[in-house]
Design a protein around this ligand. Structure first.
Ligand code: ATP
Ligand code: MG
Length: 271
């Protein structure tokens, strides 16, 4: 692809660093309904990199993320994180879904330390308040520690959910359309927040999205999937400088990436 961008100063990129997550020939057939959801997916995530998966509805994206998180077994193939096969949920993997799912009877900070409370008990959770306050500051929610979660706006609740995901210091973040319920302005803002968080933590991140511009904006690498059974039809390296800014979204280089992905999706959706 001919994209007119200069070699970039890229603090987030993991392109030249070590592979941390490796999926080899991952396939999934759900017995119930006899549905072949995924077919021979190969993905390697390098340390500190940000990748996105984009593909038509029902092509197996959430299935793939669940397999990566160890909550759904693959029918065949291998998933390895940091040299060890992923066979169940792990502390070094953080996950976030479309809905923030905060408990309304707990304050913001109590929601954020919940994963620690479940794993290590109340005393450890109290100690984790220090980390939680730092995270709240990182996402611009300082002052909202004691507010009950039903008193937060949708975007604020999603930011609190990011903090809850980060509290256990996971090495890998798996995000399944986390901002799709938000309006466009809040979503752009959340993308900037997410970029900030990932750059400061050097987390290795995989995002599922239906938004082409969100994928281009955030990613070092975009994996485009075909219709079910989901296969990676192309991997696109996004060579734009970091930190990315909303102004970049109207540049010709950004538009070339968007157009390329759109045409692949148009083809892949009807294969
Ligand atoms: N637990 C399950 N049992 C049986 N079939 C399932 C199960 N989960 C998902 N499927 C099927 O697998 C296919 C892929 O589903 P998946 O949720 O992974 O798609 P997706 O790409 O995330 O879709 P969307 O973009 O709409 O979220 C679908 O046909 C779905 O019906
Ligand atoms: Mg899904």
């Amino acid at each position: 692809m001919d994209v007119p961008v200069k070699p970039a100063d890229r603090p987030l990129t993991g392109r030249d660093t070590r592979p941390v997550y490796q999926l080899s020939r991952v396939s999934k057939k759900y017995r119930q309904g006899n549905i072949q959801a995924l077919s021979a997916v190969d993905i390697t995530l390098t340390e500190g990199s940000f990748s996105s998966i984009i593909g038509p509805s029902g092509c197996g994206k959430s299935t793939l993320l669940k397999i990566m998180a160890g909550v759904e077994p693959p029918s065949s193939g291998r998933v390895v994180l940091d040299g060890k096969p992923v066979t169940g949920p792990r502390r070094d993997i953080g996950m976030m879904f479309q809905q923030a799912t905060l408990f309304p009877w707990r304050s913001t900070i109590e929601n954020i330390v919940l994963p620690i409370e479940i794993r290590e008990g109340r005393a450890a959770a109290r100690k984790a308040h220090v980390d939680a306050r730092e995270l709240l500051e990182l996402v611009g929610l300082e002052g909202f520690e004691e507010v009950y979660s039903h008193q937060l706006s949708g975007g604020m609740a999603q930011r609190a959910a990011i903090c809850r995901m980060l509290i256990t210091r996971p090495q890998v973040l798996l995000l399944d359309e986390p901002f799709s319920a938000l309006d466009e302005i809040s979503r752009d803002f959340m993308n900037l927040e997410l970029q900030k968080v990932c750059m400061s933590r050097r987390a290795t991140t995989m995002l599922i999205t239906h938004s082409i511009s969100e994928a281009v904006f955030l990613s070092d690498r975009v994996y485009v999937m075909s219709a079910r059974p989901g296969q990676i039809i192309e991997t696109i390296e996004i060579d734009l400088p970091r930190p990315r800014t909303t102004e970049m979204m109207v540049t010709p280089a950004f538009g070339v990436y968007v157009q390329r992905i759109r045409s692949l999706l148009d083809k892949g959706a009807f294969q």
